[in-house]
Structure formats: structure tokens, C-alpha cells
Design a protein around this ligand. Structure first.
Ligand code: FE2
Ligand code: FE2
Length: 410
């Protein structure tokens, strides 16, 4: 056992219930990948009596390092304790009055598939967040007994999740945001991406669950966790937005739907969806987040720095999920090489270079080694080979569409 130092004195709790999909004793996983598991103990140091964390070291070799040690936030405990849910702030978006109950009175969803489609069809972002929390809580606590992906009556997800009108066009004078060093613009743009990210997590569940009846339950655990994370990110960002710029709450600035272009392009193939959304777009988020964090830090906005650090740590796990299920599907489809398959998917489903500079270290934490993405270029043209043109929701005429925001990550 080797002692490791904790980042701060509050981190006295070890996360003994991580979102693992493997047996903690044997490392065996439903996906076929085998995880290495090591004993973790908290013991008082005999010299100074202070509690220290001891991690068992690998028996073989010396080529190992501790990649990450994360404190666990009680606020975002996993699964979320039901009583704690109302404590999380949900900032109402501009012009959004919630008239519907979180759980519909008529015909409440009974399966995960039904919840996924209900949430995708919920335009109000605040209600989308609340329904996501409710659904994930029911799923994790065993109150939702059926996933429902094997049912012949599984509902179909919408081609494009609906949005209210005030979320598709600009309603604010951009001059009003200039004096805030664009922090409000950045937070608004990031929140918009997170809202699409909530939908993307539910869409992969609802769209590809029924077409892959043999997919292990861990797939649904991973992507419901992702949906919950993205709703947490949306909430944290919109709360910060309201705190630093009360006159421009979420829904008052231009938004875009470019992420859904990629969802449309990849709507016929789980392998393509995992590659383009989770291993290109989300991995890009890992590259650009440190720069965003730096911008907030330079502006002295430490609260936003903390928010972005939480988001970034979660996003590493999302790319990990993308990699895990991409590997799984490659195995299912005849043991094809994941690296070659990924590069082929990007050539077909992406336009232009897969741009760096890359956050090599965090990509590697998620399983994405350089062989996956270096020197890679997409060759997709329009219209697509099957004649489809990806959905494109530009801000409507008269909207301010070109506010410079360089953050296209999830
Ligand atoms: Fe996110
Ligand atoms: Fe994400």
C-alpha cells in the first residue's frame, strides 16, 4: 500500500460507489474490457495520527502513476439523495414559466425509454433539468423497473428536440454585454451547449437502445449519468450567468444548434454517433476547457473557475464512456480495430481537420491515445451520400449571430 496525499482536508470521503461497470473484486466488465482494481483504505498515520489514504500498488511493473484523486461533493452525490434534489439551484430561464408538472399526471412514463423521449420533447430547459433528475433518480434507486428498449412499443425520439422561440434568437443588445468582458456571453454559450448535451445523452439512449437489444445495462447507467451531469453543468452555468449578469439570464442571447448537426449526421449508426459526438466533440471539450478556465481566472471570477473545473472533470468521464462503448460496438461488429474504425467514422462523418492543440493527458485518461486522433481529417460533404442535409438552426434574421465565442465544446 502506498500513501497518497489528499488535495485538501475536506476530502475525507472516498468514493466507494463510482459509476463502475465492472466487478470491484475481479475487474470483470460487461463490455468485455477488464478493469484493474486496487484496495483503498483510510488509516491513521502512526507518526502524526492524521488520516491518510492508502492505495494498493500494482503487483507487476513500475510503469504506473496515480492519474487522479477527486474529492466527492456531497451536493452532487451519486446517486443523488432524493431529499437533496430541491437544494440544487435551478435558475428559471428568461421568459420561461413552467406550467407542467415534473412527472406528467396523465400517462406518466413507466420505462427509461419513455422518460428519455419525454425529456427530449420538453422544450423548457428548467423542466428538462428537473425531469432529468427525476428520471435518473428513479432509475438508480430501482423505482423504474424497466428500461424498455426491448419493447416493440418503445417510443421514437424526435428528429430535433424542440426549443422555445426565445432560445433560437437573440433578444439582447450586444453592447450590453461588452462591459462584462464577455463572461456572460461565454457562460450563456456554454449553457446552450450543455442543454444540447442533455438531449444528446437522452437521444443516444432512446434512438439506439431499441436497435441494440443486446446492449448491456451498463450502457444505460453510463448515459443516464451523462444526462445528469450535463443537467448539472447547465444548472451551474445558468446560475453563474444569473449571478454575474442578472439582466441577461439564459435565453436572452443568441444560441446555435451546431451540435445537433452532428446528431443528425450520425442518427443511423451508434458507432458513428459515439465517434463523432463523444470522441470528437466531447474530446474537443477537454482540449478547450483549460483555456476557458484560464480566462475566468484572469478575470478574477473564481466561482466560474470552480464551475468549469467540475464540468471538465465530468467531461473526462463522458469521453471515457464514449471510448468504452465504441470499443464494445467494434467488438460486436466482428472484433474490428477501434482505432481504424474511429478514423474511418471521422473521415465519413466530419468535415475538415480534427483540430488541436490536443489535451493529450486528459484524452489519455479517457482512453483516447494519440493514434486515434493525430493527423485526422474529415471528408464529409453535403448533401450526405443518402441525400440528407443535416439540420441547421441558425439564429433567426435580426439576431446577433456573430458574437465571438470560441467555445464549441460540450
Ligand atoms: Fe457538459
Ligand atoms: Fe459531456
Amino acid at each position: 500500500m502506498a500513501p497518497v496525499s489528499l488535495p485538501d482536508s475536506s476530502a475525507r470521503k472516498i468514493n466507494v460507489q463510482p459509476r463502475y461497470d465492472f466487478d470491484l473484486r475481479t475487474g470483470k466488465s460487461e463490455t468485455g474490457l477488464r478493469a484493474c482494481t486496487y484496495n483503498v483504505e483510510v488509516k491513521a498515520d502512526p507518526e502524526d495520527g492524521i488520516d491518510k489514504v492508502y492505495v494498493e500498488t500494482p503487483a507487476d511493473g513500475s510503469e504506473w502513476r496515480l492519474v487522479e484523486l477527486r474529492p466527492v461533493s456531497e451536493e452532487f452525490a451519486d446517486p443523488p439523495p432524493r431529499h437533496a434534489l430541491p437544494l440544487l439551484p435551478v435558475t428559471a430561464a428568461a421568459g420561461s414559466m413552467i406550467e407542467e408538472p415534473v412527472v406528467p399526471i396523465d400517462n406518466p412514463p413507466k420505462t427509461l425509454m419513455q422518460w428519455a423521449v419525454l425529456i427530449l420533447n420538453t422544450p423548457n430547459p428548467t423542466l428538462k433539468v428537473q425531469r432529468t433528475r427525476e428520471a435518473v433518480n428513479l432509475f438508480r434507486t430501482g423505482k423504474l423497473t424497466s428500461i424498455g428498449h426491448k419493447s416493440p412499443n418503445a417510443p421514437c425520439p424526435p428528429d430535433v428536440p424542440p426549443r422555445g422561440e426565445n432560445f433560437t434568437r437573440n433578444t439582447v443588445d450586444p453592447g450590453k454585454v461588452k462591459n462584462r468582458k464577455n463572461r456572460a456571453v461565454m457562460l450563456h454559450a456554454l449553457a446552450n451547449i450543455e442543454q444540447w448535451a442533455i438531449d444528446l445523452a437522452w437521444d443516444i439512449i432512446a434512438r439506439f437502445g431499441p436497435s441494440h437489444p443486446n446492449i448491456p445495462p451498463a450502457f444505460f447507467s453510463d448515459f443516464t449519468k451523462m444526462a445528469l451531469d450535463e443537467s448539472k453543468h447547465f444548472t451551474l452555468l445558468t446560475s453563474r450567468l444569473s449571478a454575474i449578469s442578472p439582466s441577461t439570464p439564459y435565453g436572452t442571447m443568441p444560441v446555435h444548434a451546431s451540435l445537433w448537426d452532428s446528431a443528425t449526421v450520425t442518427s443511423n449508426s451508434l458507432r458513428s454517433r459515439l465517434a463523432i459526438i463523444h470522441l470528437v466533440h466531447e474530446a474537443r471539450g477537454l482540449d478547450v476547457n483549460p483555456g476557458t478556465i484560464d480566462r475566468f481566472r484572469k478575470a478574477g471570477d473564481i466561482e466560474s473557475v470552480k464551475v468549469m473545473e467540475i464540468i471538465h472533470a465530468d467531461e473526462v468521464t463522458h469521453v471515457t464512456s464514449g471510448h468504452r462503448w465504441f470499443t464494445w460496438i467494434c467488438e460486436q461488429e466482428g472484433n474490428i480495430d477501434p482505432i481504424l474504425a474511429f478514423r474511418e467514422e471521422v473521415r465519413r462523418g466530419w468535415r475538415g481537420d480534427v483540430k488541436g492543440p490536443f489535451n493529450v493527458e486528459d484524452r489519455e485518461k479517457a482512453g483516447l491515445t494519440k493514434e486515434f486522433y493525430e493527423g485526422l481529417k474529415g471528408e464529409m460533404g453535403f448533401p450526405l451520400p443518402d441525400g440528407r442535409v443535416p439540420f441547421d438552426m441558425k439564429p433567426s434574421k435580426g439576431a446577433v449571430a456573430d458574437i465571438t465565442v470560441q467555445y464549441e465544446s460540450i
